[in-house]
Design a binder for this molecule. Structure first.
Ligand SMILES: Nc1ncnc2c1ncn2[C@@H]1O[C@H](COP(=O)(O)OP(=O)(O)OP(=O)(O)O)[C@@H](O)[C@H]1O
Length: 699
């Protein structure tokens, strides 16, 4: 097959076509493959901004747009109805970035139009702090600089940005979002090329895997076209590619990046890359994540990324809890204590437990939540098995100190719960992970590589288990985590668990999921607070940015829950009428009780609601916790009332423990952040009565 290239923009265009036109496109591509493109009437266009652009006939109505790269190589750019194809073809111009040597597409006609009615000069330009020399050093085309000097708002950049080459827009949005020239330089420095030949499109195309994919055979081509919506399979951001396809990391590597930056995508590519290199001797990659639902989602994505059964067979995709269960149970059934049972046990322990005098001078008891967290975050986290060990143990991150006598009382209260669990032959997932880790340490490590997604919420016992499953060495562990999405209570220092990532941490900053407007609101929920990462360093959201624009999120205020739910039914109904698939719609609320009521309310209104247990497809209604890791085209987050969020029972009293209080509030903020960043295109928020204090001032 003649070598053919596919431009990133071709896939969504192909995806939009009906099957009949797709078949005609396949046939046209087939002719290319047989070296018969002469017969396809590659047409040059009068008035084209780029002499290398051609169009080809697909059928009576459609034309393909093609770029002649040189040396008889062609890249498929777009396929559109005839007039649109011509308009597209004459307006675009391909250039080679003078700093990075990559192939870039600009909407030249659009830029000319923008230049005809440029923004009025303002007192402060968006790029005043960046010299022309620096802009050019970062790969901005010199002819664009005068226009950029007129830009003073994000909106103006957005308006011009859609017409600019993507790489350059990436640099400019990084600068506009607060990154310094040096920060942006650090992001692009590895890719700077010397001696760029700006006339050589073919070499430039080969340097641009994020936008041009060369396919050498019909199988590869068919595999790409089979999933045209999944652009991430073929086209990675250069940073994602660099991270996922690095030959070797000398030890555990940590990839951070906030919501939607492609951590999962990067982890999937890494899993396939590593699995492809494993010998056929039973060596395996473990790809694990927080919950079963997320592991199922990973499996589905992995399935789309590689069709090779041998590669798939070398990757085990399994949730951490299930993994722990399999190892610890060793084939015998183990009963896990569910939340209801545990809540009851902690309540009993707290109500009959020790009293103490709090800061306000009142006699009080340790709350069920306090005891549970003390058990999980101090005792299980450090594997403390005696009162003596607990008495001497540090209680990092646990707020108020405990005197020795109090520790003894707390230990006794917790011990009643542990004994009761043992008596009833019940165990928690964390206990199971601890047992599994102990077992795993005694056996030869079963995996060659371990990849962990959603790592921010794993408990130290789970990390100990994962550490024991792979021998320390190059490429042993590849970890993906976002400290801003930590919604459970684990505070982990990887180094203390024998997982040393220093010198091997990378950060992703471009959000591919969410629009600029949704991201802006979501980030404001975090209120500027920093978050400490798994490596013990304070993470930053600097440079975190979205690449698409959309409508502003809607915040609807209601006086009553009934009114709020009526509006929700109408909103979801409208999305369905607009053709959004039910499974692409999510509805989230803070509490299980609200979720139950919403599910029933929507069902009563004849809206299909997903039910995994019964295998029913539909709109997903779930708690904010359950939405972790998922995404929806349209998302409603409702019940955002003052009395519901932050959840009163999830936040320690400020009087009793100010440190825990602040920590709990931050966790609730992160929870709302996780929920809001699940939205791809449309976000709808509502509350009844007074709004939640966590909602930022609505702009
Ligand atoms: N290079 C890419 N090209 C196109 N789409 C991408 C790319 N990388 C990621 N995406 C898309 O962006 C969305 C977010 O990606 P992903 O789920 O991997 O991010 P994440 O960092 O794991 O998110 P979160 O932490 O919020 O769960 C997905 O829809 C994914 O397909």
């Amino acid at each position: 097959m003649a070598e053919l290239a596919i431009d990133r923009g071709f896939l969504p265009a192909y995806a939009r076509l009906d099957r009949r036109v797709q078949r005609a496109v396949d046939a046209a591509i087939g002719k290319f493959a047989q070296h018969t493109h002469a017969g396809l009437h590659l047409e040059k266009l009068a008035g084209a901004r780029d002499p290398h652009i051609r169009t080809i006939r697909i059928d009576q109505f459609y034309r393909g747009v093609v770029l002649a790269l040189g040396e008889q190589r062609y890249a498929l750019l777009n396929v559109l109805p005839h007039d649109d194809a011509i308009a597209f073809a004459v307006s675009r111009r391909f250039t080679v970035n003078q700093a990075l040597g990559v192939l870039e597409m600009r909407d030249q006609a659009g830029i000319e139009e923008f230049a005809k009615a440029p923004p009025q000069p303002a007192t402060e330009g968006l790029f005043d702090g960046v010299s022309t020399a620096d802009l050019v050093r970062l790969g901005i085309d010199p002819d664009l600089v005068p226009l950029l000097r007129l830009i003073s708002t994000d909106q103006q950049l957005e308006s011009l940005g859609t017409r600019l080459p993507e790489t350059q827009l990436d640099v400019l949005s990084g600068l506009a979002s607060g990154l310094s020239v040096e920060d942006v330089w650090a992001e692009v420095a590895d890719r700077i090329v010397s001696g760029v030949d700006t006339d050589d499109l073919l070499t430039a195309a080969r340097r641009t895997p994020e936008r041009v994919a060369f396919v050498s055979g019909p199988v590869e081509l068919a595999a790409i076209l089979a999933h045209p919506f999944d652009v991430w399979r073929t086209f990675l951001h250069p940073t994602q590619r660099d991270i996922a396809y690095r030959e070797s990391y000398s030890g555990p590597a940590l990839v951070t990046g906030s919501a939607g930056t492609g951590k999962t995508v990067t982890g999937l590519h890494r899993a396939v890359f590593l699995a492809q290199r494993l010998p056929d001797d039973g060596s395996k990659v473990l790809l694990t994540t927080f919950t079963r639902a997320l592991a199922d989602a990973l499996s589905r994505q992995l399935f789309r990324l590689t069709a090779d059964p041998a590669v798939r067979a070398r990757i085990d995709v399994i949730s951490v809890d299930k993994l722990a269960y399999q190892i610890a149970a060793r084939g015998k059934p183990v009963t896990i204590a569910d939340d209801e049972v545990m809540d009851r046990l902690w309540e009993v322990a707290a109500s009959s437990g020790p009293t103490y005098i709090n800061r306000a001078g009142r006699t009080t008891r340790f709350s069920p939540t306090f005891l549970r967290r003390e058990w999980e975050q101090v005792i299980l986290a450090q594997r403390l098995t005696s009162l003596q060990a607990y008495r001497d143990a540090p209680r990092k991150g646990r707020g108020e100190g405990l005197r020795a006598a109090q520790r003894e009382q707390v230990w006794v209260a917790i011990d009643t719960v542990v004994r009761e669990l043992a008596k009833r032959r019940l165990r928690t997932h964390t206990q199971l992970a601890d047992e599994a880790a102990a077992i795993a340490r005694q056996s030869p490590p079963p995996y060659r590589h371990v990849i962990v997604d959603e790592g921010q919420d794993l408990h130290p016992a789970q990390w100990r288990l994962l550490r024991a499953l792979v021998a320390p060495g190059p490429n042993d562990m590849f970890l993906l985590a976002d400290p801003y999405q930590r919604i459970y209570d684990s505070h982990v220092s990887l180094a203390q668990l024998g997982i040393e990532v220093r010198g091997r941490t990378r950060r992703l900053t471009v959000n591919y999921r969410t629009t600029h407007e949704i991201l802006d609101l979501s980030v404001r929920v975090l209120n500027g607070a920093g978050a400490v990462g798994l490596d013990g360093e304070t993470d930053t959201l600097r440079g975190y940015r979205a690449i698409t624009r959309g409508d502003h999120p809607v915040l609807a205020s209601h006086n009553s829950r009934d009114g709020e739910f009526e509006a929700l039914i109408e909103r979801v109904g409208t999305w369905l009428e607009q053709g959004v698939e039910p499974h692409a719609i999510g509805v989230a609320a803070r509490t299980g009780q609200l979720v139950k009521t919403i599910g029933k309310t929507l069902s009563d209104a004849y809206i299909p609601v997903a039910d995994d247990k019964r295998g029913v497809d539909g709109v997903r209604v779930a708690t904010m916790h359950r939405l972790k890791g998922l995404e929806f085209q349209c998302l409603a987050v409702v019940g955002l009332d003052e009395a519901v969020l932050p959840a009163p029972n999830a936040v320690a009293s400020a009087v009793e423990d100010p440190h825990a209080h602040l920590q709990d509030l931050q966790r609730e903020r992160c929870l709302l952040f996780v929920a809001l960043t699940r939205a791809r295109d449309v976000l709808y928020l509502s509350h009844s009565g007074a709004p939640s204090s966590l909602l930022p001032e609505h702009r």
